[in-house]
Design a protein around this ligand. Structure first.
Ligand code: PLP
Length: 404
């Protein structure tokens, strides 16, 4: 038979969080080695459990969850999401403004497929969560990366953003709290980003999956609150991280702003939602329960809580390694440290990560995998408990000592 090749559409599409280095890790595992995998923000393998009420609710609804649901999502879940935003200052949010998806991942792809024409440009942060860049390319668009400034606590550089806007720019992606940097944006910054979108007539895609994971009492600000009724804003969030149920695949999209100007785009989105029938129905039942009642996430993000303590420990230990500097994470589940090029002559950060994996059986992700332009960063997932995290950073430190 002839060679079967992947579609040309995939040219340039990368997702290195689960890329070639993971394949090498799996090869080592197949040889019987134990690899500590800190490449993906998946809480469950590290002893985090879903709140009991969520599991109980899903089990309770299983018998009623056998058929397809409405393609936009079951009514109770969409109501719960709409009410959540109403309670957070977005009073006009309606049930019809909400789409439920198989995680934020699926909704990102669906939205971009419906939104983009070939050659359209989308502003995406650098570093980014690489699904955004990959999904823009796959949908025929051109990702244009704007700088998040490490010297300014990884805040987006407004001048850099503005300098990259062209006649082809259609939208801007904001990831707040940020993966991989851990930055949480102030209300002033979110307001400025929205103002920029308003000035240049851009749609905003606001990825807020880590909205409930902020440290030091920092408040998360929904972009949509500032976008008002004149900037179309698509807010993405879900249960994966705050409720520790990545595997359930439950996420949502909330649309706000001048929807009357977006009826055609929304018709396209509805078509795509219909074509994939519906999101996983049992997990949709978890949404209402998750958003109501006791919020156990609040215990994890304060001193004494695992998300907080592990983040701070990683930040502290990484900074103790000569030639390594790490901005203090303000939220999310990651550290994105810098390796001083004067100390570590790394030309290819994928090779560095591969070397670490082979020498120390520890899997992290190279910074260029997040579309960071230089080979001088890597991302560490801060989900292991303090003992395992200390051991992991010890292995990184030992490996780096051989490279100095
Ligand atoms: N957005 C960001 C910024 C993420 O970091 C992730 C997962 O790591 C996702 C979206 C995907 O979330 P979900 O599990 O809802 O698909």
């Amino acid at each position: 038979m002839r060679q079967i090749r992947q579609s040309a559409k995939l040219k340039g599409v990368r997702y290195d969080v689960r890329g070639p280095i993971l394949v090498e890790a799996q090869r080592l595992e197949a040889e019987g080695q134990r690899v500590l995998k800190l490449n993906i923000g998946n809480p469950a393998p590290f002893g985090f459990e879903a709140p009991d009420a969520i599991v109980a609710d899903m089990v309770h609804h299983l018998p009623d969850a056998q058929g397809y649901s409405d393609s936009q999502g079951i009514y109770s879940a969409r109501t719960a999401v709409a009410q959540y935003y109403q309670g957070r200052g977005l009073r006009d949010t309606a049930v019809d403004d909400v789409f439920i998806g198989n995680g934020v991942s699926e909704l990102i792809s669906m939205v971009l497929q419906s939104f983009l024409d070939d050659g359209n440009e989308i502003l995406v942060p650098a570093p980014d969560y690489p699904l955004w860049t990959g999904a823009v390319s796959l949908s025929g668009g051109t990702p244009v990366h704007y700088l998040c400034d490490e010297d300014n606590d990884w805040q987006p550089d407004l001048e850099d953003i503005e300098s990259k806007i062209t006649d082809a720019t259609q939208a801007i992606v904001i990831i707040n709290p940020n993966n991989p940097t851990g930055a949480v944006y102030s209300d002033e910054l979110v307001r400025d980003l929205v103002q920029l979108a308003r000035k240049h007539d851009l749609v905003i895609f606001s990825d807020e999956i880590y909205e409930k994971i902020t440290f030091d009492g920092l408040e998360h600000h929904h972009t949509a609150t500032f976008a008002g009724d004149d900037v179309l804003c698509l807010t993405f969030s879900g249960l994966s991280k705050a409720y520790r149920v990545c595997g359930y695949r439950a996420g949502w999209l909330m649309i706000s702003g001048p929807k009357h100007l977006a009826t055609d785009f929304l018709e396209g989105l509805t078509l795509l939602a219909n074509m994939r029938m519906c999101a996983n129905v049992p997990a949709q039942h978890a949404i209402q329960t998750a958003l109501g009642g006791y919020q156990s996430i609040n215990d994890l993000i304060v001193p004494g809580g695992r998300y907080y303590e592990q983040s701070m420990l990683a930040y502290r230990l990484l900074n103790e390694i000569p030639g390594v500097s790490c901005v203090r994470p303000q939220g999310a589940l990651y550290c994105f440290p810098r390796l001083d090029p004067e100390v570590y002559a790394i030309e290819d950060d994928q090779d560095f990560v591969l070397g670490l994996l082979r020498a120390k059986h520890l899997l992290v992700t190279h910074g260029t995998g997040f579309n960071w332009p230089k080979p001088d960063h890597f991302r560490l997932v801060t989900l292991p408990d303090v003992e395992m995290l200390t051991e992991a950073i010890g292995r990184i430190s030992d490996h780096l000592a051989t490279l100095r």
